[in-house]
Design a protein around this ligand. Structure first.
Ligand code: XMP
Length: 474
């Protein structure tokens, strides 16, 4: 867009987001230079900060010392953006290039060990830049940085509430669906449950929920879904047992993206068959969240994984999608779920990926390997709950690897698979930190898994944050 087009929209401010490119790449996104002269407040984050630096005559360089994850930020000058902020605090970084010199007229307001210019501003022109990510939960008081920009620099007012989200969603669903029949892909997880509840609130018994048992669910998940939705909510629920079909399309498939595509496509075919049995079903509800949309690659964001709910869908799919959660983050979905009166244990269940255990089985997905992982996973969840940590963790689960290692059990040599325990804290899944689980708990999980799950002879604990890792292994 040109600066004139942006000005014509009369924005209160402009946020230049982070992005995967280097400002010096041939196809790096740039902004119309005139924008800087419009007087519209601008906040550049990460790539956005580097871009405004480069375009205004400062220097961005590949210093060979990027920063990833938790990083101490030291304030170097007073600024309204950091009002009341401690002089040293942790922020979340994710950058390879660094700003090494601010443009003329700018003040450097913070630095970090490997970013000499971690924040800068030209207060007169209301142009601000931060190298760190104020929008992620692991940045201490990051939200306040955004609030200061929005309320103080831009003059915005906070008027968005969970009740207003529900009212808006209900109106949009009614407008989209009219009096047609709707199917909902119910997985038992919080996203599909909240999506179903919203659609039910909007169109009542026009809704039929379908639960596809893919054979890739967690232990006893099928029964839990039946109990909650059929008995408690009296939802019209169709339970499709399709494990054989999923394992047969996954036969020999080891590439993570190929797995996701195969599962997404099979999933939707099963739905189409169910729809054929339900007179006139034209719409399909999906619990797609905003992070799923971003991480599947918008025009500019790099593709990290094609999420099952988005990239995995075949092009010739004959449903129109209803995605009432597609602009929400997980914490907002939970708040909406509580507001709608869903049971607390359901609303606070840890997230589970659409492709299920398949993306936690590195290598080939077979019924036998799924059974190994299911056994290990239920022990992890059980022990985490027993330790009272389930609700403090964003996710805690087991991963099954494809390599085998040598061990010794009962004087016998073993040659079996390792299980990796993954436990992370997060608020929105965009970033995550590995959870510092007590050693005793790790030991209990490790010995129970090896003793109780045939085919496993070793347990490892994943100590990687996101970034650079992702939460799931595939
Ligand atoms: P990653 O592994 O990308 O995961 O850090 C972020 C969050 O998304 C969940 N996840 C998925 N959810 N379909 C989903 O509905 C998917 O294909 C999918 N892949 C990952 C993951 O469990 C984590 O909470």
């Amino acid at each position: 867009m040109t600066a004139a087009e942006i000005s014509a929209m009369q924005p209160k401010g402009v946020i230049l987001s982070g992005g995967p490119k280097s400002v010096y790449a041939d196809v790096a996104p740039r902004i119309d230079q005139e924008l800087f002269a419009t007087g519209i407040p601008i906040l550049g984050i990460c790539y956005g900060a580097q871009l405004l630096t480069a375009q205004l005559g400062g220097t961005v360089a590949r210093t060979g010392r990027g920063e990833y994850g938790r990083t101490p930020l030291t304030l170097t000058a007073a600024t309204p953006l950091f009002a009341d902020r401690p002089s040293v605090s942790d922020v979340w970084m994710s950058h390879a290039d660094s700003i090494v010199a601010a443009p003329d007229g700018f003040t450097v307001t913070a630095q970090s060990p490997d970013a000499p210019v971690a924040a800068l501003e030209d207060r007169d022109r209301k142009i601000f830049g931060v190298q760190f990510h104020p929008e992620v939960a692991h940045t201490v008081r990051g939200q306040e940085v955004l609030e200061h920009f929005l309320y103080d620099a831009c003059g915005c007012l906070p008027s968005w509430t969970h009740t207003s989200i529900i009212e808006t969603a209900v109106e949009e669903i009614r407008a989209q669906v009219g009096d047609e029949r709707v199917l909902c892909a119910l997985s038992g997880g919080v996203d599909s449950a909240v999506a179903a509840a919203l659609v039910h609130k909007a169109v009542g018994d026009q809704l039929t929920c379908v639960f596809v048992d893919t054979g890739l669910m967690r232990a006893s998940e099928g029964e839990q879904v039946e109990q909650a939705f059929r008995r408690q909510f009296h939802v019209d629920l169709v339970h499709v047992k399709a494990a054989d079909r999923f394992f047969s399309v996954l036969d020999g498939v080891t590439d993570p993206e190929a797995k996701r595509k195969a599962i997404g496509e099979t999933f939707i075919r099963v739905f189409e068959e169910e729809a054929g049995r339900i007179e006139g079903a034209r719409f399909l509800v999906q619990g797609t969240l905003y992070p799923d949309v971003i991480e599947s690659g918008t025009k500019e964001a790099a593709r990290i994984k094609s999420h099952h709910n988005v990239g995995g869908l075949p092009d010739d799919m004959r449903f129109d999608l209803v995605e009432p959660l597609h602009l929400l983050f997980k914490d907002e979905v939970r708040a909406v779920g509580e507001e709608l009166g869903l049971p607390v244990e359901l609303v606070w269940r840890q997230p589970f990926p659409g492709p299920g255990l398949a993306v936690r089985i590195v290598g080939e997905v077979t019924p036998e390997r799924a059974e190994i992982l299911r056994g290990a996973d239920s022990i992890v969840v059980e022990e985490i709950k027993r330790a009272g940590l389930y609700h403090d963790l964003w996710q805690s689960f087991a991963v099954l690897l494809a390599v085998r290692s040598v061990g010794v059990m009962g004087d016998e040599r073993t040659y079996a698979y390792p299980i990796v325990i993954r436990a992370v804290t997060s608020d929105d899944a965009m970033t995550a930190d590995w959870a510092r689980l007590p050693y005793d708990l790790l030991e209990t999980m490790s010995s129970r898994i090896i003793n109780e799950v045939p085919g496993v002879n070793r347990v490892a604990f994943d100590v990687t944050s996101k970034p650079p890792g992702t939460i799931e292994w595939e």
